[in-house]
Design a protein around this ligand. Structure first.
Ligand SMILES: NC(=O)c1ccc[n+]([C@@H]2O[C@H](COP(=O)([O-])OP(=O)(O)OC[C@H]3O[C@@H](n4cnc5c(N)ncnc54)[C@H](OP(=O)(O)O)[C@@H]3O)[C@@H](O)[C@H]2O)c1
Length: 233
């Protein structure tokens, strides 16, 4: 399937992986709407990439509704969403607080869930569509101090599998991509981008997996794919 004139929303498309997804989708002549919380960053990235933007926080249901309305009004259809917005949070088990858990879950779990809910309604009606959940290799195995972040990605993985069971009869593809470490602004307190490192993954490898999954003929889909650096040590 070619991606020409297909319409994709990328949550958190203003930096890191989401920005690379937007770039590669534009290279493939798709229409892209990126979202994020930092309006200035959104505007400048959308100008740089030549894509649309919509200022929306995935923790806010009204803003998600407005994003969907904006997209359908501007492009008259929606081919896919990339649930990419995500934040980190790590703590030893004895230091867990409800607030820390809720902050991460609000974005990584509830935000993705509400985006999925709105998109599924549209996709079931039109009988096509793709939902891509950007989880993590942390969704596959727990690790020290990972209670907050890893469990949020386990939850996202659970939703991926439920949505696959529900939506396949409507020709809707639900794809999960699990990157391992990619140096980005992710987990950096002041949100500055980390420099790329020789042996570690770059956003491009993850974007390549996204594009090849989307390009597959719609009769097939990749339920889940993990991406590791070959030798990051
Ligand atoms: N980098 C890694 O090593 C890695 C590994 C595995 C999985 N992942 C996953 O990949 C995804 C992207 O990570 P990244 O490395 O590209 O991180 P990033 O560079 O920090 O980018 C995160 C993006 O999400 C946006 N965002 C954050 N909270 C949001 C919210 N509440 N509503 C809307 N947008 C929001 C950010 O925009 P603002 O700055 O405007 O908030 C930014 O555009 C995340 O889900 C992350 O868990 C990353």
């Amino acid at each position: 399937m070619n991606l020409i004139d297909k319409v994709y929303i990328i949550t958190g498309g203003s930096s890191g992986l989401g920005k690379a997804f937007a770039h590669e989708l534009k290279v493939n002549f798709a229409d892209v709407i990126i979202t994020g919380r930092d309006l200035e960053k959104l505007k400048s990235v959308s100008e740089e990439l030549g894509c649309s933007y919509f200022h929306a926080d995935v923790t806010n249901d009204e803003e998600i509704d407005a994003l969907m309305e904006f997209t359908l009004k501007k492009f008259k259809k929606l081919d896919g969403i990339i649930n990419n917005a995500g934040i980190g949070g790590w703590a030893p088990v004895e230091e867990l607080t409800r607030e820390k858990m809720q902050e991460v879950y609000n974005v990584n779990v509830f935000g993705a869930a509400m985006m999925g809910a709105k998109a599924a309604k549209i996709f079931k009606e039109q009988n096509f569509g793709t939902i891509v959940n950007i989880a993590s290799t942390a969704s596959l195995k727990g690790y020290k101090n990972g209670s907050i972040y890893a469990s949020s990605k386990f939850a996202l993985r659970g939703m991926t599998q439920c949505w696959q069971a529900e939506l396949r009869p409507f020709n809707v593809r639900v794809i999960q991509i699990n990157p391992s470490e990619v140096p980005t602004a992710f987990g950096v307190d002041d949100r500055t981008e980390r420099s790329l490192e020789e042996n570690k993954l770059t956003p491009k490898e993850i974007a390549d997996v996204l594009i090849s999954s989307l390009k597959m003929d719609e009769r097939g889909f990749v339920p889940e794919v993990s991406v590791f650096a070959t030798n990051p040590f």
